[in-house]
Design a protein around this ligand. Sequence first.
Ligand code: PMP
Length: 344
Amino acid sequence: MAQKNQVFDNVLDLVGNTPLIKLNTITAPFKGEFYAKVEAFNPGHSSKDRVALYIIEQAERQGILKPGDTIIETTSGNTGFSIAMVSIIKGYDCILAVSSKSSADKISMLKTMGAKVYVCPAHVRADDPRSYYEVAKRLHSEIKGSVYINQYFNQLNIDAHYNSTGPEIWEQTEGKITHLVACSGTGGTISGTARYLKEQNPNVKVIGVDAFGSVIKKYHETREFDEKEIYPYRIEGLGKNLIPTATDFDAIDTFVKVTDEESAHSARHVAKTEGLFVGYTSGAAMQAVKQLEEAGEFDENSRVVIIFPDHGSRYMSKIYSDKWMTDQGFFDSVNEVEAESIQY
Ligand code: PMP
């Protein structure tokens, strides 16, 4: 049982210290023990709470931020929500420049959390003055006392996880972890966690999860940017069409690529077997573990930690919608949809 009768000063006291939960059913046929680091237990329901809080508090420590100042970022996803939440409690203005592709639901959620949202055209080049990157940069230069989080290119993103996620996993596994499996988007989570764990034990094997359609795995192998790797895919928050400096490629041993379809089914499988309602990239991480097990990566002594980055509630109109799954061709037949529905 979680500790009882605890009272917290505000919601930010609940960031981090997420549980490590043993997977009992989905991995039962596999060799070794498997544990999920369930980041949905953060108050903003994702690992990005750690990054938002850490970067903002670093800026405060350096005297860059004072009450009433402005935090700027380009995201409609988890990072935006976390920055908005931290800004409410600490009394900052939060400006998020988002793409016009962002769903109306996401924009409403961010506005509800007090953010000022600039919706920028999706189909312009990154260096176009109307793009969300350029709008964020311009606002940062115009607004005195503003901080631009810039998560893909900010080393503090790595430090946030080096100082929290890494030590938590080391303590929770009593130093027995043998493998870390984590998605790589900005790369902050896997890089910071890996750096800490490898400092404790260089034999911990760190496996990144990448999407088909992203350049990250190929870049890790060749250190060359290969445009041919890039094509559209559906998983959000995983992989990239550029090389983020918030990824420490030397801290990662190898990458596994996963498909949209198998990752979606894996997320649904985690929900059904473990009672953990997780997001799309958690399914991607679970799918990577299945592929690694098939490749003979694990043995009886393996203690594998898998990071589940966020909560399933953000994907109701996607992987948890039978209609969406059918529209993507992820169900082979109507009967399969019905079978899935009955099992729920
Ligand atoms: N999963 C989700 C849902 C995310 O939003 C992100 C962040 N882009 C990641 C995984 C990857 O985390 P990181 O950016 O730390 O690599």
